[in-house]
Design a protein around this ligand. Structure first.
Ligand code: NAD
Ligand code: MG
Length: 299
């Protein structure tokens, strides 16, 4: 969290402190409520200006980290927001739903496991029913469990990572097409890992490359229908994903130190990218991957 007395908001290097988080471990899925130090979801900083007035959005993984920052920003921009998350994340979800409520918008919690095909199959319809329509789908839920060697990475994990990270995008996007009007948007969360795979994140990185291809191909397909599909590729962002076996514990104290800005990003620093891609300001932007990564070179 930035200290208002010492933070220079104009300098991206010092806008947030360079974190050296203590080694810590949470069971998957991790909770923002237990993250040490806590991440900035934009609760104190994000200011809306009506850019998503009257829109209705579904955000998977909207309870914590990047998805939570996006949910808060969307509500402050005037959207009603449904968030999907695992039942174990109810505490984080409550915090985000309170923020949506405080913004004067409708917030809906839709807990469930995307590995459960029944839940996955009805999630979009449930969101539509609760919100009264759907204009924006943010496919943001992600699973990241490190494995140092291929021999440590069993097929069950590979299967689950693919199911949550990319297979669910096919199901949810297909279901959304029954509802998204012309002017609607789909935004997928990919990663710097799509271009620079870490040796210990083979399954995860492979899904993120697939998400880029999915995004570009679907954008071409849906462009003529007036539905824009884009992606955001975060770099190292301080979220519960990293402390629930997303990274080896010993890597946490230097997490994000290797980018040109020299620090990990905060979820709040991602929100504006997702707002832009959802908004009419991006009317001519399709099939784009917007990199928000502290300065790492990307294609
Ligand atoms: P996070 O842990 O806060 O969010 C991930 C969310 O995914 C969880 O909150 C959970 O609700 C959801 N999820 C995981 N497994 C699920 C399942 N089986 N069923 C339903 N939901 C499930 O972490 P985050 O870093 O904010 O992650 C959000 C997205 O950002 C992910 O797609 C992640 O891959 C991507 N990303 C993160 C980073 C980073 O450094 N944190 C970098 C690049 C990309
Ligand atoms: Mg979470």
């Amino acid at each position: 969290m930035p200290d208002e007395t010492t933070t220079d908001l104009n300098n991206p290097v010092t806008k947030y402190p360079k974190l050296s988080p203590p080694q810590q471990d949470q069971p998957e899925p991790g909770l923002d409520a237990k993250l040490e130090p806590r991440a900035d979801l934009g609760e104190k900083s994000y200011q809306g200006s009506g850019r998503l007035a009257g829109r209705k959005a579904l955000i998977t993984g909207g309870d914590s980290g990047i998805g939570a920052a996006v949910a808060i920003a969307y509500a402050r921009e005037g959207a009603d927001v449904a968030i999907a998350y695992l039942p174990a994340e109810e505490e984080d979800a409550r915090h985000v739903l309170e923020q949506i409520d405080a913004a004067g918008r409708t917030g809906v919690g839709l807990p469930g496991d995307l590995l459960d095909l029944d839940y996955r199959g009805r999630l979009v319809d449930d969101a539509v029913e609760a919100l009264g329509g759907l204009d924006i789908l943010v496919n943001n839920a992600g699973k990241q469990i490190f494995a140092e060697q291929l021999e440590d990475l069993d097929d069950d994990q590979v299967e689950q990572t693919f199911q949550v990270n990319i297979m669910a995008m096919f199901t949810l996007s297909r279901a959304a097409l029954k509802h998204l009007p012309a002017g609607g948007a789909i935004i997928n969360t990919t990663s710097i890992q799509a271009y620079e795979p870490s040796a210990h994140l083979l399954d995860y990185a492979t899904t993120k490359a697939a998400i880029n291809a999915f995004t570009k191909g679907l954008a071409e397909q849906l462009g003529p229908r007036g539905i824009r599909v884009n992606a955001v590729a975060p770099g190292p962002i301080w979220t519960p994903l990293q402390v629930s076996d997303g990274q080896p514990k010993e890597r946490l104290p230097t997490f994000g130190h290797d980018v040109p800005l020299g620090r990990a990003g905060q979820p709040a620093e991602l929100a504006a990218a997702y707002v832009f891609l959802a908004s009419e300001d991006a009317s001519y932007v399709l099939g784009e991957t917007l990199n928000v990564n502290g300065g790492k070179a990307s294609p």
